[in-house]
Design a protein around this ligand. Structure first.
Ligand code: TXA
Ligand code: MG
Length: 322
């Protein structure tokens, strides 16, 4: 396809290309080109010590980019690639150190979106790509989000429609003596356990806890507050009495959209289930922002399966407003 060919050429010239993946949109650069990688950090206003994810077209290419392939990496790549899983491994000499913020390790992923795979195939090399948002903001799940957020800083945006999964990949560190989840995502802790035949640790910062412990990240303009379902109506009323414009994000089983809007005049986004919740999470935060909400009340799901990733992102969004 002509569009893919010209995007691959742009990458070869050291330009940036935003592209769709099944998780969120990425802002891509040639991972071997230091000035291109530098431009990614600049476009996002991302601190240089926050490493990027390196995308490749196939697990067979892994040994070109990393120095060791532990057994756990082989098992997980075989089971979950292409897909929403990122593996942290020892970085090889071909990648510029800047890609991984100077760390000795590098985060690698084979995405499953057909446009991402076509671009990787046409380009032939490795594409360093963080989510295509400005640092600390909500990740883009549609091409229009990327254009709104980064504008002219990106030379090209490939449009692959809305992201199917909606939250960033699961990051698993397989570079050390124990396998550890650094960021929960659509490849769940339960699935990792089944694939490896052992329990997988979730890193302390990714395990849940008080919202205030979370670094400012994934934040919309409105303040996000997590609330249990039984307190939702009462909390919304009290905020409204204090002049706040309240939006609601809660699964259908916990919130009846019509009832909320009738009772307290709220803007509400009501996903059907966990898959729908993840898929719509970031566009819901953007939508409620655009409706002029000053507070978003979010009812977190159970932190099981995909629920763990949703809770993680909601807590980070809430932490940012604290
Ligand atoms: O789904 C995704 O992973 C998306 C799409 C575009 O692939 N990408 C994404 O990239 O979410 P980004 O930059 O927003 O998040 C990358 C995160 C970093 O914030 C960092 O926490 C982690 O990956 N990371 C990268 N390299 C690492 C390393 N060597 N060790 C530990 N964590 C690393
Ligand atoms: Mg990001």
């Amino acid at each position: 396809m002509e569009e893919i060919r010209s995007a691959a050429e742009a990458l070869r010239r050291g330009e940036l290309v935003a592209f769709p993946t099944e998780t969120v949109y990425g802002l891509g650069a040639d991972a071997e080109n230091e000035s291109a990688v530098r431009a990614v950090f600049a476009a996002k206003a991302r601190p240089p010590d926050n490493p990027l994810i390196v995308h490749i077209g196939s697990a067979l290419q892994l040994n070109q980019w990393v120095t060791e392939l532990p057994e756990a990496a082989r098992v997980l790549a075989d089971r979950f690639w292409p897909g929403p899983l990122t593996l942290v491994l020892r970085r090889g000499p071909r990648l510029c150190p800047l890609v991984s913020g100077g760390l000795a390790t590098v985060a690698m992923r084979v995405p499953s979106h057909p446009v991402a795979l076509a671009l990787l195939d046409e380009f032939g090399g490795a594409i360093a790509a963080p989510s295509a948002n400005r640092s600390g903001r909500v990740s883009p799940t549609q091409a229009s989000h990327v254009r709104e957020e980064l504008g002219a800083a990106v030379c090209k945006v490939l449009d692959g429609g809305p992201s199917e999964i909606g939250v960033e990949s699961t990051i698993v560190d397989v570079s050390g003596s124990t396998v550890e989840i650094l960021r929960p995502g659509a490849v769940t802790r339960e699935q990792l356990r089944a694939a490896l035949g052992e329990q997988v640790r979730v890193a302390a910062h990714a395990r849940g806890g008080a919202p205030g412990q979370y670094p400012a990240h994934y934040c919309p303009a409105a303040r996000v507050e997590l609330v249990q379902p039984e307190r939702l109506v009462e909390r919304a009323r009290s905020l409204r009495e204090h002049g706040e414009r309240v939006g609601v994000l809660a699964q259908r089983k916990e919130a009846d959209r019509a009832r909320f809007q009738a009772e307290v005049g709220l803007a509400a986004v009501v996903p059907d289930d966990l898959v729908d919740f993840a898929r719509r999470l970031y566009s819901a935060l953007r939508h409620l922002d655009s409706m002029g909400c000053t507070v978003i009340l979010a009812v977190p799901p159970e932190p099981i399966g995909l629920g763990l990733a949703i809770v993680d992102r909601l807590q980070r969004a809430a932490g940012a407003g604290a």
